[in-house]
Design a protein. Structure first.
Length: 394
């Protein structure tokens, strides 16, 4: 099904009269994906009415780039000269609409969705039209990906898990030969292995011990780094993708302890995180096949479980983020979040997300992270599952 048919299907299914996109100078990636990276310098509306040909409300100056045969085959042009004419065209063309999608989110909580400006939304509302968030529809164009991307994701997952094992083995070798290792040294080891395997990333991995790991985004540098000794708890958070335009990130976090046996109090804390992920996957397995599951629901479940164990105050970020074909592992689709935002977007087929609950207590921090792909309305764990803390010197 092509993109235009998908939009029509969604509008019909949700009983929405139109999807109205707003842009200025190619800031809206969805609009650019339909029109191409043209030199458009004035305000433009792209409108998909239910059951009718899409159209553009555009300035006369920009029509020189919008009169190509490809654009005109998909869109009619409704041209304005002055701002008064622009508003009149909106009023004239939107007057029959009762409910529309626009790129906005409730209370502005989802920045990757909130692309339409306040004034444009307010004017549409002033015409007596109900404005709904296009968040779920946007996911189809921004977060869903195809078979090749998924195959590249699985390859990245397998390599990330392999390199993770090598990183813990390197810590062991350092300790056995030198009595000490180092966060920055292991970070650079992982980064080098990514490059050797044909992988790329936006930022280097996190290697953090003890209280350093209590900062979710701590990262060692050549100037700020801690040695790794026997008795340290070690967190390794690593993300990378294959060097391909269609690639999808692997994003995993594993925990280790520098010793032959993991202390009970360390393992007990890890098992809280493991069980929370287990229950999240079980919840998705039970609910995805029969109903629409929204991102915030999974976060609420995981957060309650960790809170009930007495660590709620130390779980200081969302449970997970979308993963897509993107320059960052943090994609534009639904996040597993009822903490930083209230993400009501659905978890749809052909998208991925992380599950990464954490406990960032003052003594030491801990996180467990895997990735889930939604296939045929079922959750598929694609990035491995840590079952217990690694005894690095075992």
């Amino acid at each position: 099904m092509d993109r235009f048919a998908i939009i029509q299907e969604e509008l019909s299914k949700q009983q929405v009269d139109a999807w109205i996109l707003v842009d200025y100078e190619n800031r809206n990636p969805t609009m650019v994906s339909f029109l191409g990276d043209k030199m458009l310098t004035r305000k433009i509306f792209m409108v998909f009415p239910k059951g009718a040909k899409p159209y553009l409300i555009c300035h006369v100056i920009d029509t020189v780039f919008l009169k190509d045969s490809e654009t005109l085959s998909h869109f009619d042009l409704k041209v304005y000269h002055t701002w008064q004419e622009m508003l009149a065209l909106e009023q004239q063309n939107f007057c029959s609409y009762h409910r529309v999608y626009m790129d906005m989110s409730e209370n502005g909580l989802l920045p990757r969705v909130s692309l339409a400006d306040y004034g444009s939304i307010a004017y549409v509302k002033s015409l007596g039209i109900e404005v709904l968030s296009s968040g779920n529809l946007l996911q189809i164009f921004q977060a869903q990906y195809g078979e090749k991307s998924h195959a590249l994701q699985l390859k990245a997952d397998a390599l990330a898990l392999k390199i993770k094992d090598e990183a813990f083995a390197q810590i062991k070798a350092d300790i056995e030969h030198n009595g000490v290792s180092d966060e920055y040294r292991i970070q650079q080891f992982i980064a080098r292995r990514f490059h050797e395997e044909g992988m790329v990333y936006d930022d280097p991995p996190i290697v953090a011990i003890n209280h350093n790991a209590s900062n979710p985004h701590y990262g060692p540098t050549d100037k700020v780094s801690s040695p790794i000794h026997v008795g340290d708890v070690v967190l390794i958070d690593m993300w990378a993708k294959m060097d391909d335009p269609l690639a999808v990130y692997a994003d995993i976090t594993w925990m280790g302890y520098v010793g032959k046996k993991v202390p009970v109090f360390v393992e007990e804390r890890f098992q809280i995180l493991k069980n929370a992920i287990d229950h999240a996957v079980q919840f998705l397995e039970e609910n995805l096949p029969v109903r629409e599951v929204q991102g915030y629901e999974v976060d609420a479940l995981v957060r309650k479980e960790i809170t009930d164990k007495g660590y709620g105050e130390y779980f200081t970020h969302r449970t997970g983020h979308n993963i897509a074909v993107d320059v960052s592992p943090h994609g534009p689709g639904a996040n597993i979040d009822d903490y930083e935002s209230h993400d009501t977007r659905a978890l749809i087929n052909g998208t991925s997300f992380s599950l990464e609950p954490g406990i960032y207590a003052p003594d030491f921090g801990m996180r467990s992270e895997t990735n889930v792909y939604v296939e045929n309305r079922h959750p598929v764990v694609v990035a491995g599952r840590q079952q217990e803390v690694i005894a690095i010197l075992k």
